[in-house]
Design a binder for this molecule. Structure first.
Ligand code: AHZ
Length: 299
Protein backbone atom coordinates (compact mmCIF):
# COMPACT_ATOMS: atom_id res chain seq x y z
CA UNK A 1 0.00 0.00 0.00
CA UNK A 2 1.24 3.46 -0.82
CA UNK A 3 1.50 5.76 2.21
CA UNK A 4 -1.14 8.45 2.78
CA UNK A 5 -0.10 12.09 2.62
CA UNK A 6 2.04 13.29 5.49
CA UNK A 7 3.79 16.59 5.96
CA UNK A 8 6.80 15.02 4.16
CA UNK A 9 4.86 14.01 1.04
CA UNK A 10 2.61 17.09 0.88
CA UNK A 11 3.12 18.82 -2.44
CA UNK A 12 2.68 22.55 -2.84
CA UNK A 13 2.34 23.57 -6.47
CA UNK A 14 4.59 26.55 -6.80
CA UNK A 15 6.15 25.72 -10.19
CA UNK A 16 3.38 25.42 -12.79
CA UNK A 17 4.28 23.01 -15.59
CA UNK A 18 2.46 22.21 -18.80
CA UNK A 19 0.98 18.69 -18.93
CA UNK A 20 1.36 17.48 -22.50
CA UNK A 21 0.45 13.79 -22.75
CA UNK A 22 1.54 13.35 -26.34
CA UNK A 23 4.94 14.81 -25.74
CA UNK A 24 5.48 12.73 -22.57
CA UNK A 25 4.04 9.37 -23.64
CA UNK A 26 4.29 9.35 -27.44
CA UNK A 27 0.80 7.79 -27.80
CA UNK A 28 1.29 4.92 -25.32
CA UNK A 29 -0.48 6.29 -22.28
CA UNK A 30 0.10 4.60 -18.92
CA UNK A 31 -0.94 5.43 -15.36
CA UNK A 32 0.97 4.53 -12.21
CA UNK A 33 -0.32 1.10 -11.03
CA UNK A 34 -2.96 1.15 -8.24
CA UNK A 35 -5.10 -1.17 -6.11
CA UNK A 36 -8.80 -0.29 -5.68
CA UNK A 37 -8.53 -0.40 -1.88
CA UNK A 38 -5.85 2.27 -1.97
CA UNK A 39 -8.38 4.67 -3.51
CA UNK A 40 -11.03 3.81 -0.89
CA UNK A 41 -8.62 4.17 1.99
CA UNK A 42 -7.19 7.43 0.65
CA UNK A 43 -10.67 8.98 0.85
CA UNK A 44 -12.00 7.27 3.98
CA UNK A 45 -8.98 8.04 6.14
CA UNK A 46 -8.98 11.72 5.30
CA UNK A 47 -12.76 12.21 5.44
CA UNK A 48 -13.28 10.52 8.79
CA UNK A 49 -10.15 12.05 10.30
CA UNK A 50 -11.62 15.39 9.30
CA UNK A 51 -15.00 14.56 10.85
CA UNK A 52 -13.25 13.46 14.05
CA UNK A 53 -11.16 16.61 14.20
CA UNK A 54 -14.02 18.98 13.30
CA UNK A 55 -16.51 17.48 15.80
CA UNK A 56 -15.19 20.37 17.87
CA UNK A 57 -14.79 23.46 15.67
CA UNK A 58 -14.23 27.12 16.47
CA UNK A 59 -16.76 28.43 13.97
CA UNK A 60 -19.36 26.57 11.90
CA UNK A 61 -20.73 28.32 8.81
CA UNK A 62 -24.02 26.82 7.62
CA UNK A 63 -24.52 27.31 3.89
CA UNK A 64 -21.90 27.97 1.21
CA UNK A 65 -23.72 30.59 -0.87
CA UNK A 66 -22.30 34.03 -1.62
CA UNK A 67 -22.78 35.22 1.99
CA UNK A 68 -21.36 32.08 3.62
CA UNK A 69 -18.34 31.96 1.30
CA UNK A 70 -17.57 35.69 1.67
CA UNK A 71 -17.72 35.22 5.43
CA UNK A 72 -15.44 32.16 5.34
CA UNK A 73 -12.91 33.99 3.16
CA UNK A 74 -12.63 36.99 5.49
CA UNK A 75 -12.66 34.96 8.72
CA UNK A 76 -10.09 32.42 7.54
CA UNK A 77 -7.80 35.22 6.33
CA UNK A 78 -8.14 37.28 9.50
CA UNK A 79 -7.85 34.34 11.88
CA UNK A 80 -5.72 31.47 10.52
CA UNK A 81 -5.75 30.01 14.06
CA UNK A 82 -9.48 29.18 13.89
CA UNK A 83 -10.95 25.85 12.83
CA UNK A 84 -13.66 27.00 10.41
CA UNK A 85 -16.06 24.30 9.24
CA UNK A 86 -18.52 25.01 6.41
CA UNK A 87 -21.53 22.74 6.03
CA UNK A 88 -23.41 22.82 2.73
CA UNK A 89 -26.57 20.80 2.12
CA UNK A 90 -26.17 20.70 -1.65
CA UNK A 91 -23.62 18.63 -3.52
CA UNK A 92 -22.52 21.82 -5.33
CA UNK A 93 -21.44 24.66 -3.03
CA UNK A 94 -22.22 28.21 -4.19
CA UNK A 95 -25.94 28.54 -3.48
CA UNK A 96 -27.62 30.88 -5.95
CA UNK A 97 -24.39 32.56 -7.00
CA UNK A 98 -23.73 30.52 -10.13
CA UNK A 99 -26.04 32.81 -12.10
CA UNK A 100 -27.29 36.41 -11.94
CA UNK A 101 -31.00 37.20 -12.30
CA UNK A 102 -33.55 35.09 -14.20
CA UNK A 103 -30.88 32.46 -14.91
CA UNK A 104 -28.73 34.96 -16.85
CA UNK A 105 -24.98 34.69 -16.45
CA UNK A 106 -23.78 38.27 -15.67
CA UNK A 107 -23.56 39.19 -11.97
CA UNK A 108 -24.25 42.73 -10.72
CA UNK A 109 -22.42 43.99 -7.64
CA UNK A 110 -23.19 47.43 -6.21
CA UNK A 111 -20.43 49.72 -5.06
CA UNK A 112 -18.64 49.79 -2.68
CA UNK A 113 -18.64 45.95 -2.61
CA UNK A 114 -16.64 46.00 -5.89
CA UNK A 115 -13.59 46.38 -3.63
CA UNK A 116 -13.97 42.72 -2.71
CA UNK A 117 -13.61 41.78 -6.40
CA UNK A 118 -10.27 43.58 -6.49
CA UNK A 119 -9.24 41.77 -3.32
CA UNK A 120 -9.96 38.31 -4.76
CA UNK A 121 -8.83 39.22 -8.29
CA UNK A 122 -12.06 39.03 -10.32
CA UNK A 123 -12.39 41.34 -13.36
CA UNK A 124 -15.52 43.38 -14.02
CA UNK A 125 -17.01 46.15 -16.14
CA UNK A 126 -17.63 49.43 -14.34
CA UNK A 127 -21.12 50.86 -14.86
CA UNK A 128 -20.82 53.76 -12.40
CA UNK A 129 -22.85 52.87 -9.29
CA UNK A 130 -22.32 49.17 -9.84
CA UNK A 131 -20.03 46.72 -11.61
CA UNK A 132 -20.78 43.63 -13.69
CA UNK A 133 -18.80 40.38 -13.59
CA UNK A 134 -19.10 38.62 -16.96
CA UNK A 135 -20.29 35.36 -15.36
CA UNK A 136 -21.48 34.77 -11.79
CA UNK A 137 -19.61 31.46 -11.88
CA UNK A 138 -16.33 33.38 -12.28
CA UNK A 139 -16.97 35.13 -8.95
CA UNK A 140 -18.16 32.01 -7.15
CA UNK A 141 -15.49 29.63 -8.45
CA UNK A 142 -12.71 32.13 -7.67
CA UNK A 143 -13.99 32.73 -4.14
CA UNK A 144 -14.60 29.03 -3.55
CA UNK A 145 -11.12 28.06 -4.74
CA UNK A 146 -9.53 30.61 -2.40
CA UNK A 147 -11.63 29.48 0.57
CA UNK A 148 -10.90 25.80 -0.05
CA UNK A 149 -7.17 26.43 -0.36
CA UNK A 150 -7.00 27.88 3.17
CA UNK A 151 -5.55 25.32 5.56
CA UNK A 152 -7.91 26.19 8.42
CA UNK A 153 -11.11 25.74 6.37
CA UNK A 154 -12.99 22.49 5.90
CA UNK A 155 -16.04 22.25 3.62
CA UNK A 156 -18.40 19.33 4.03
CA UNK A 157 -20.91 19.43 1.21
CA UNK A 158 -23.90 17.10 0.80
CA UNK A 159 -24.21 17.60 4.57
CA UNK A 160 -27.30 19.26 6.02
CA UNK A 161 -27.76 20.99 9.33
CA UNK A 162 -30.89 19.37 10.77
CA UNK A 163 -31.04 21.17 14.11
CA UNK A 164 -29.20 23.49 16.47
CA UNK A 165 -27.56 22.46 19.74
CA UNK A 166 -28.90 24.77 22.47
CA UNK A 167 -27.35 24.73 25.94
CA UNK A 168 -28.65 26.43 29.08
CA UNK A 169 -26.48 27.95 31.78
CA UNK A 170 -27.32 27.83 35.51
CA UNK A 171 -29.57 30.86 35.19
CA UNK A 172 -31.47 29.20 32.35
CA UNK A 173 -29.98 31.54 29.72
CA UNK A 174 -29.89 29.69 26.41
CA UNK A 175 -27.00 29.69 23.96
CA UNK A 176 -26.55 28.06 20.56
CA UNK A 177 -23.57 25.78 21.06
CA UNK A 178 -23.38 23.76 17.85
CA UNK A 179 -25.23 22.09 15.03
CA UNK A 180 -26.87 18.72 14.42
CA UNK A 181 -25.86 17.24 11.08
CA UNK A 182 -26.72 14.48 8.70
CA UNK A 183 -25.82 13.67 5.13
CA UNK A 184 -28.45 15.51 3.06
CA UNK A 185 -29.75 12.37 1.37
CA UNK A 186 -30.48 11.01 4.84
CA UNK A 187 -32.00 14.30 6.03
CA UNK A 188 -34.36 14.26 3.04
CA UNK A 189 -35.60 10.77 3.88
CA UNK A 190 -36.71 11.04 7.50
CA UNK A 191 -40.31 10.60 6.32
CA UNK A 192 -39.56 7.33 4.53
CA UNK A 193 -37.16 5.61 6.97
CA UNK A 194 -37.29 5.53 10.75
CA UNK A 195 -34.57 6.45 13.23
CA UNK A 196 -31.67 7.68 11.13
CA UNK A 197 -30.09 9.59 13.97
CA UNK A 198 -27.81 12.51 13.27
CA UNK A 199 -24.35 13.62 14.35
CA UNK A 200 -23.14 16.82 16.03
CA UNK A 201 -20.51 19.52 15.72
CA UNK A 202 -19.99 21.86 18.65
CA UNK A 203 -18.59 25.37 18.26
CA UNK A 204 -18.76 28.60 20.29
CA UNK A 205 -19.96 30.49 17.20
CA UNK A 206 -22.42 29.33 14.54
CA UNK A 207 -22.89 31.54 11.48
CA UNK A 208 -26.03 30.68 9.57
CA UNK A 209 -26.11 31.67 5.89
CA UNK A 210 -28.85 29.41 4.56
CA UNK A 211 -30.60 31.97 2.35
CA UNK A 212 -34.26 33.01 2.29
CA UNK A 213 -37.08 30.55 2.83
CA UNK A 214 -37.19 27.57 0.51
CA UNK A 215 -36.89 23.79 0.77
CA UNK A 216 -34.00 24.16 3.23
CA UNK A 217 -33.53 27.94 3.36
CA UNK A 218 -33.76 30.18 6.45
CA UNK A 219 -33.07 27.05 8.43
CA UNK A 220 -31.75 28.50 11.69
CA UNK A 221 -34.15 31.45 11.72
CA UNK A 222 -37.09 29.06 11.43
CA UNK A 223 -35.65 26.75 14.07
CA UNK A 224 -35.28 29.66 16.50
CA UNK A 225 -39.06 30.10 16.32
CA UNK A 226 -39.93 26.40 16.71
CA UNK A 227 -37.41 26.09 19.58
CA UNK A 228 -39.02 29.01 21.42
CA UNK A 229 -35.96 31.28 21.12
CA UNK A 230 -37.73 33.77 18.82
CA UNK A 231 -41.39 34.74 18.97
CA UNK A 232 -42.00 34.93 15.24
CA UNK A 233 -40.25 35.46 11.92
CA UNK A 234 -40.33 38.89 10.34
CA UNK A 235 -40.66 37.22 6.90
CA UNK A 236 -38.85 38.56 3.85
CA UNK A 237 -40.55 41.61 2.32
CA UNK A 238 -40.95 42.59 -1.34
CA UNK A 239 -38.11 43.73 -3.56
CA UNK A 240 -36.53 47.14 -2.96
CA UNK A 241 -32.86 47.22 -3.93
CA UNK A 242 -32.12 50.54 -2.26
CA UNK A 243 -33.58 49.56 1.10
CA UNK A 244 -32.66 45.89 1.06
CA UNK A 245 -28.90 45.91 0.64
CA UNK A 246 -27.94 48.27 3.49
CA UNK A 247 -30.53 46.61 5.76
CA UNK A 248 -28.89 43.21 5.30
CA UNK A 249 -25.33 44.47 5.86
CA UNK A 250 -26.20 46.74 8.79
CA UNK A 251 -28.46 44.12 10.38
CA UNK A 252 -25.89 41.30 10.30
CA UNK A 253 -25.40 40.33 13.94
CA UNK A 254 -25.55 37.76 16.69
CA UNK A 255 -29.34 37.33 16.84
CA UNK A 256 -29.27 34.99 19.81
CA UNK A 257 -26.23 34.09 21.92
CA UNK A 258 -23.87 31.96 19.84
CA UNK A 259 -25.75 32.40 16.54
CA UNK A 260 -24.98 34.99 13.84
CA UNK A 261 -27.26 35.33 10.82
CA UNK A 262 -25.88 36.56 7.50
CA UNK A 263 -27.13 36.96 3.92
CA UNK A 264 -30.76 36.53 2.95
CA UNK A 265 -31.55 34.37 5.97
CA UNK A 266 -31.50 37.63 7.89
CA UNK A 267 -34.34 39.05 5.77
CA UNK A 268 -36.60 36.26 7.05
CA UNK A 269 -35.59 36.93 10.65
CA UNK A 270 -35.89 40.71 10.50
CA UNK A 271 -38.65 41.14 7.92
CA UNK A 272 -36.47 43.17 5.58
CA UNK A 273 -36.77 43.54 1.82
CA UNK A 274 -35.20 41.36 -0.83
CA UNK A 275 -32.83 43.00 -3.30
CA UNK A 276 -33.13 40.63 -6.24
CA UNK A 277 -30.03 39.96 -8.37
CA UNK A 278 -27.50 42.36 -6.82
CA UNK A 279 -24.87 40.63 -4.73
CA UNK A 280 -23.00 43.43 -2.92
CA UNK A 281 -24.97 42.94 0.29
CA UNK A 282 -24.11 39.24 0.40
CA UNK A 283 -20.41 40.12 0.32
CA UNK A 284 -20.78 42.94 2.87
CA UNK A 285 -22.93 40.87 5.20
CA UNK A 286 -20.55 37.91 5.04
CA UNK A 287 -17.62 40.16 5.92
CA UNK A 288 -19.57 41.72 8.79
CA UNK A 289 -20.48 38.26 10.09
CA UNK A 290 -16.76 37.37 10.09
CA UNK A 291 -16.01 40.45 12.21
CA UNK A 292 -18.91 39.66 14.52
CA UNK A 293 -17.60 36.12 15.03
CA UNK A 294 -14.20 37.49 16.04
CA UNK A 295 -15.84 39.89 18.48
CA UNK A 296 -17.70 37.01 20.14
CA UNK A 297 -14.61 34.81 20.30
CA UNK A 298 -12.52 37.64 21.75
CA UNK A 299 -14.95 38.46 24.59
O1 AHZ B 1 -27.95 24.79 -0.12
C1 AHZ B 1 -28.10 26.06 0.50
C2 AHZ B 1 -27.31 27.15 -0.22
O2 AHZ B 1 -26.16 26.66 -0.86
C3 AHZ B 1 -27.46 26.09 1.88
N1 AHZ B 1 -28.32 25.54 2.96
C4 AHZ B 1 -29.63 25.84 3.16
N2 AHZ B 1 -30.10 25.17 4.23
C5 AHZ B 1 -29.07 24.44 4.71
C6 AHZ B 1 -28.93 23.52 5.79
N3 AHZ B 1 -27.74 22.93 6.00
C7 AHZ B 1 -26.67 23.22 5.17
N4 AHZ B 1 -29.95 23.26 6.61
C8 AHZ B 1 -27.93 24.67 3.89
N5 AHZ B 1 -26.76 24.07 4.11
O3 AHZ B 1 -27.26 27.46 2.14
C9 AHZ B 1 -26.90 28.09 0.92
C10 AHZ B 1 -27.60 29.44 0.86
O4 AHZ B 1 -27.10 30.15 -0.24
P1 AHZ B 1 -28.00 31.21 -1.01
O5 AHZ B 1 -27.26 31.62 -2.21
O6 AHZ B 1 -29.39 30.68 -1.18
O7 AHZ B 1 -28.12 32.39 0.08
P2 AHZ B 1 -27.26 33.72 0.32
O8 AHZ B 1 -27.91 34.43 1.44
O9 AHZ B 1 -25.78 33.40 0.44
O10 AHZ B 1 -27.43 34.52 -1.03
C11 AHZ B 1 -28.69 35.00 -1.39
C12 AHZ B 1 -28.62 35.58 -2.79
C13 AHZ B 1 -29.81 36.40 -3.12
S1 AHZ B 1 -31.39 35.85 -2.95
C14 AHZ B 1 -32.01 37.33 -3.51
C15 AHZ B 1 -33.46 37.57 -3.66
O11 AHZ B 1 -34.23 36.56 -3.60
O12 AHZ B 1 -33.86 38.71 -3.78
N6 AHZ B 1 -31.04 38.19 -3.81
C16 AHZ B 1 -29.82 37.70 -3.59
C17 AHZ B 1 -28.57 38.48 -3.86
Amino acid sequence: MAPVATSENNHNNTDVQKYDIFEDYKGSYRFAPIEEAQVSRAMIKRYFNTMYERAISDVVIVGAGSAGLSCAYRLANDRPDLKITILEANVAPGGGAWLGGQLMTPMVIRKPADRFLREIGVDYEDEGPFVVVKHAALFTSTLLSKVLAMPNVVLMNATAVEDLIVHSDFEGKQRVAGVVTNWTLVALNHDTQSCMDPNTITAPVIISATGHDGPMGAFSAKRLVSAGLLKELGNMRGLDMNRAEPAIVNGTREVTPGLILTGMELSEHDGSNRMGPTFGAMIGSGIKAAKEAQRILDT
